[in-house]
Design a protein around this ligand. Structure first.
Ligand SMILES: [Zn+2]
Length: 73
């Protein structure tokens, strides 16, 4: 499906689902962000090195979590 790293997938799954996270930002188009979980497809090598944690991912996840919590109840 996507090219998300194992670390990114595990982080996302703490908060929701990969499918839900992907759909929140990309609708039905599938994952279009970078492997680190950032929705910007040029994050690794631009914002941080491949072996470093993505500092963007928690911010995107926070927005996703707010959306699902606000919408589901
Ligand atoms: Zn990143």
């Amino acid at each position: 499906m996507s090219a998300l790293t194992k670390q990114a997938r595990e982080t996302i799954k703490w908060y929701g689902t990969i499918a839900g996270y992907t759909r929140h930002y990309f609708g039905d188009h599938g994952w279009g962000g970078d492997r680190c979980g950032c929705v910007d497809d040029r994050c690794i090598g631009f914002h941080h090195d491949a072996e470093d944690d993505c500092q963007c991912l928690p911010v995107w996840l926070d927005d996703y979590v707010k959306a699902i919590r606000g919408g589901a109840q």
